[in-house]
Design a protein around this ligand. Structure first.
Ligand code: MGD
Ligand code: MGD
Ligand code: SF4
Ligand code: MO
Length: 713
């Protein structure tokens, strides 16, 4: 039996009683999609974490965020009571009944005036499967709105779109993380796991790494080969690598013949991308391009992994598809010991995209436009299929429409902080402020709760149970180690309270996670992400269950750790190469905005920072917004290490501390997006979206930079 089996007595009593005996609870980290196994030691309200010694993904490791995660449980400014904005414009404490009554009264008013689509819902990839499922159900049947989407749209949606088109199914890694450890070569296209998933690097010791990143990251420092393209040029690079694979006769002809379609069209697109032209567009030398293909083609066991660096573009779907084309040309996907995968980001980024909080989706990765899917899910929910709304707006389009004549006039936010994390953030904050009603459920104050009319205080990860689906498609048990503090409720309790007030039968919105999961199993049954055979009991017994795991007569379907080994998920069993053309980023440098800006992450902060900016050790490591810049470029614009710079794009300006980076491209600056206020990197990013995935162009915009001296009044 492998995995995160509880050691010692199962299901320790959860309590905050200082007199109660100390307990140890096996669970998983609150933050990223690696979902490192942990043991939580509780004594009174004190919680300490250590890595679970036997969880194969983190192999006894945690990153600094994981080690310090318990600090957020008792953070001094934790939300402990509902807040209602009063006539004086200030948020003031209120009872739960008053807060929920007020929300529903105002939702009803919006619905009467504007119809059900007058209310929007914004979810998150950090929510457990149970909560993501309940949120989608709540929107479709308690509110009757089509206007629901979530922050996963900002995350891996381009890879999901490309993966669905290529393989007929999107599971971030279609193989266990531990398979990577046996590889000879791993190509990381736009991913920096040494900072974003440090324990993953334990599996990348043996393989030689090819890293594609405009920056010499900590990951790139460990690479055998580092390709440093200009931001936004990866599609040309991927077409060029494909071209070299064909010209150098590295194709796996038999695999292409028997397991794929679309090679000829893909090759027609790659034909004009000879290596010298690719060097001109991307800046990656011809010999490095050739070496990259030789390394991949010459290895027995090899993987290609994509991250946000190639995906978060207005052509992210096509770029990811072009990298998948390369993997297919070399015969990698769907083979033991080789493959393509996307490194999903948020804790439940995988499960969060399967169970219906996405605008076009119903549980089990079903499409909301598919009549059979609607009939199945409506049957489980006990409603008429015709009463289910159709697809709604994508995340950015939803936020952009708020408060406009056609858009929602009220928004409920569960698990996101878009004032910091949405692109074009200055504009989006104004849209949020223009709403008739903004309701935010969160554990801590955030830049988005600051704009809310009603704030609902929520229980945290260690205070409630549920399931998470990690980046490898494995379903994991999150367990409660202590009870929530008085005054806070779980997301499921909040949805229940709202649904009942909106006239729903109480039993339709259970407050306990287990019955919600059992309903999710039925709703997903027969869908692409089939969870029907997965139970809390099987997970608690230590079984490692990867979806799809359908119902079986004996209830013992083993799940599917590795997908596609016999066939891909399209009806003909074949993978599809895509015909994709390179195009420029939405914004190119010009005389007003001469530099590329790109954005991303640092080790010690998580996302919008709402959680990690409350942890002293993490603030000591990464206290404020900074901009990485090449010393030569810095000198050209009069900037010195440690000074403040003002970075300006067509969309806004941000203030950040200058950090010189000799290894960065001279035409590019980098800003992490974790910081609030005037330090928000997303004041710079624009509104361009990928036509397929509706992913914003987070990874490239055109900027200028100048010294900034704070004015004193
Ligand atoms: N410490 C930390 N870890 C995290 C998170 C966090 O916020 N903090 N968030 C989690 C989440 S939700 C996610 S999605 C993952 C993201 O994990 P990653 O994808 O690894 O993270 P990013 O830093 O967004 O982007 C990766 C790299 O892309 C590079 N890049 C920028 N522009 C381009 C480009 O045009 N082309 C190429 N090839 N590369 C480019 C950046 O320099 C960066 O090093 O991390 C997860 N883990
Ligand atoms: N410039 C730039 N912007 C980016 C990116 C980038 O690379 N560059 N990356 C994008 C990506 S990949 C992502 S994933 C997004 C993430 O950005 P956000 O969507 O803002 O994600 P978080 O900061 O994790 O916000 C989660 C919020 O929900 C709260 N929360 C956590 N768990 C729960 C829960 O269980 N219930 C409730 N009700 N609340 C909870 C947290 O306290 C926090 O306030 O940012 C995107 N923005
Ligand atoms: S790598 Fe991710 S899951 Fe593991 S400890 Fe760090 S944040 Fe948590
Ligand atoms: Mo993400």
């Amino acid at each position: 039996m492998s995995g995160d089996r509880a050691r010692g007595p199962e299901a320790p009593a959860t309590t905050r009683d200082p007199e109660a005996p100390a307990t140890t609870t096996p669970t998983h980290c609150v933050y990223c999609a690696l979902q490192c196994g942990t043991l939580l030691h509780r004594s009174g309200t004190d919680v300490e974490v250590e890595p679970s010694p036997d969880f194969p993904v983190n192999r006894g490791g945690l990153c600094q965020k994981g080690w310090t995660a318990p600090a957020v449980l008792n953070t001094p400014d934790r939300l402990r009571t509902p807040l209602i904005r009063g006539a004086d414009g200030e948020l003031a404490p209120a009872s739960w009944d008053d807060a929920l009554d007020l929300v529903v009264e105002r939702l009803e008013r919006v619905r009467e005036t504007y119809g059900p689509d007058g209310v929007g819902v914004f979810g998150g990839g950090g929510l457990t499967n149970e909560k993501a499922y309940a949120l989608g159900k709540f929107a479709r049947i308690a509110l009757g709105t089509s206007q629901i989407d979530y922050n996963g749209r900002f995350c891996m949606s381009s890879a999901a779109a490309a993966g669905n088109a290529a393989f007929g199914l999107d599971r971030g890694l279609p193989f266990p993380v531990t398979d990577l450890g046996e590889a000879d070569v791993v190509m990381l296209a736009g991913a920096n796991p040494a900072e974003t998933m440090p324990p993953l690097m334990r599996h990348l010791v043996r393989p030689r790494l090819i890293v594609i990143d405009p920056r010499r990251t900590r990951t790139a420092e460990q690479a055998a080969l580092h390709l440093q393209p200009a931001p936004g040029t990866d599609l040309a690079l991927a077409l060029g690598l494909f071209h070299i694979a064909v010209a150098g006769k590295h194709l796996d002809e038999e695999y292409l013949d028997t397991r794929t379609t679309g090679f000829e069209e893909a090759w027609r697109c790659a034909l004009p991308w000879w290596p010298e032209r690719v060097e001109q567009v991307t800046g990656v030398p011809v010999e490095d391009q050739e070496r990259a293909v030789r390394m991949l083609a010459g290895a027995d066991r090899r993987y290609l992994l994509s991250g946000r660096g190639v995906e978060q573009h207005s052509k992210g779907t096509d770029t990811t598809a072009a990298f998948i084309n390369l993997a297919l040309a070399l015969g990698m996907p769907g083979r033991e010991g080789s493959g393509y995968g996307c490194l999903t980001g948020q804790g439940n980024g995988q499960g969060g995209r399967e169970h219906g909080q996405k605008a076009d989706q119903l549980p089990g990765y079903r499409m909301i436009t598919d009549p059979a899917a609607r009939a199945h899910v409506a049957g489980v929910w006990g409603v008429d299929p015709d009463s289910l709304p159709g697809p709604g707006r994508s995340a950015y389009e939803l936020l952009d429409a708020l408060g406009t004549p056609d858009g929602p006039r009220a928004l409920l936010v569960f698990g996101s902080n878009p004032v910091v994390s949405a692109p074009n953030a200055g504009h989006i904050a104004r849209r949020l402020a223009s709403l008739d009603l903004l309701v935010v459920a969160d554990m801590v104050p955030s830049e988005t709760t600051e704009l809310a009319d009603v704030v609902l205080p929520i229980a945290q990860w260690a205070e409630e149970e549920g399931t998470m689906t990690s980046l490898e498609g494995r379903v994991l048990r999150r367990r409660a180690a202590l009870t929530p503090p008085p005054g806070v409720r779980t997301d499921l309790e909040v949805l229940h309270g709202l649904a009942v007030r909106l006239g729903q039968p109480a039993e339709r919105f259970p407050t306990a996670p287990r019955p919600v999961f059992d309903e999710l199993r039925r709703a997903s049954s027969g869908g692409r992400a089939d969870y029907a055979g997965i139970t809390y009991e099987r997970l608690d017994a230590g079984e490692a269950l990867y979806w799809p795991c359908p119902e079986s007569p004996d209830g013992d379907h083993p799940g599917t750790p590795r997908l596609f080994l016999d066939r891909f998920a399209h009806p003909d069993g074949r993978a599809r190469l895509a015909a994709v053309e390179h195009r420029d980023a939405a914004e190119l440098p010009d005389s007003d905005y001469p530099l590329h800006a790109t954005t991303g992450r640092v080790l010690a902060q998580y996302q919008s920072g709402a959680q990690t900016r409350r942890v002293p050790a993490l603030m000591a490591a990464a206290p404020e917004a900074h901009v990485e810049i090449h010393p030569g470029t810095a000198a050209r614009y009069g900037l010195a290490e440690g000074g403040l710079a003002k970075v300006t794009s067509a969309h806004g300006s941000t203030i950040a501390r200058v950090r010189l980076a000799r290894t960065l491209r001279t035409d590019t600056v980098f800003l992490p997006f974790h910081f609030p206020g005037a330090g928000r990197a997303n004041l710079l990013t624009g509104a361009a979206l990928d036509p397929t995935s509706r992913m914003p162009e987070y990874k490239v915009c055109a900027v200028r930079i100048e010294p900034w001296r704070e004015l004193t009044a």
